[in-house]
Design a protein around this ligand. Structure first.
Ligand code: ZN
Length: 281
């Protein structure tokens, strides 16, 4: 993106904020937001992209209890939080670049891992410290990405259990209680089997980068302008490289709107129903 394009983009972000800011901006008015977003002096040169650190997550004491059995689509209440989640991991290079992006900016992400992709083994060393610090949370997106509603109960259990075991063994974490059914397809039987394994929270979304298909960079940015709004759970994908070339613009949207990125563990205490411990087996 040229400097001129970038300035035009920042002005476009500011305009969007100005139009929608009044209804959601909880801290600071839209005027302030516009003034900040229109400052072009901070635009980076292409050789040295500026990815400034993002706002910190809320204090852990403000976490709320998420009752078991909830289908999660959005964060509760009126706030300034954005739960940016990314799925699958079909392209190992995209997993690497997303993780490096998190490392560079402090953006907090939840990865819904499809365990059979080699990305998750290949980039474990890069990812592990961010998982251990809590900046990136790992959740369960099955082993082979099937439509769970078309499987038997034992096949559903196998899909979730294999990824659970992989995440325990590779990262030492318990991905429960969050699982995302591929394609968002689930039903009472899928939820029952999942809950028996500790996955009591089918996690869907309220905003979508629509990059499960190979979108252009501009399309992804346009989707982010729609999706990055307060309290949204946004779904993106670790499958196509276009998103890795627009990180600067995506961060600009988050900064201009004064959103705080959060993992699900930043927002919720675990359900009171007992679940498995995170001891590697
Ligand atoms: Zn998926």
């Amino acid at each position: 993106m040229s400097e001129l394009d970038r300035r035009r983009f920042l002005v476009a972000v500011a305009a969007t904020v100005a139009v929608t800011g009044v209804s959601w901006c909880s801290a600071g008015g839209p005027k302030e937001t516009v003034a900040r977003a229109e400052v072009p002096g901070s635009a980076p040169s292409p050789a040295a992209p500026l990815l400034p650190p993002l706002l910190s997550p809320p204090d852990r004491a403000s976490r709320v209890l998420l009752p078991g059995g909830t289908v999660l689509t959005k964060l509760p209440g009126n706030g300034d939080l954005l739960a940016w989640t990314v799925d699958d991991g079909a392209d190992a290079e995209v997993v690497r670049l997303y993780t490096q992006f998190a490392k560079d900016t402090g953006v907090r992400l939840t990865y819904f891992v499809t365990g059979s992709y080699r990305s998750w083994t290949e980039h474990a060393a890069l990812l592990r410290p961010l998982v251990e610090s809590g900046q990136i949370q790992l959740a369960n997106h099955t082993w082979t990405h099937p439509d769970l509603t078309k499987l038997s109960a034992s096949q559903v259990a196998d899909e979730l259990s294999r990824t659970a075991a992989f995440l325990r063994n590779t990262y030492g974490v318990d991905a429960a209680p969050y699982f995302r059914p591929p394609y968002g397809h689930h039903n009472a039987e899928v939820d029952r089997v999942a809950a028996e394994l500790g996955y009591q929270v089918p996690t869907l979304w309220s905003g979508d980068l629509r990059d499960s298909a190979a979108l252009s960079e501009d399309q992804i940015v346009r989707m982010a302008l729609q999706a990055f709004t307060p309290q949204n759970i946004v779904i993106g994908h670790l499958n196509h490289p276009a998103v890795t070339r627009v990180y600067g613009q995506l961060v600009d949207v988050i900064r201009a709107r004064k959103l705080r990125t959060v993992t699900l563990n930043d927002v919720f205490l675990r359900p009171e129903i007992p679940y498995r411990t995170s001891q590697p087996s």
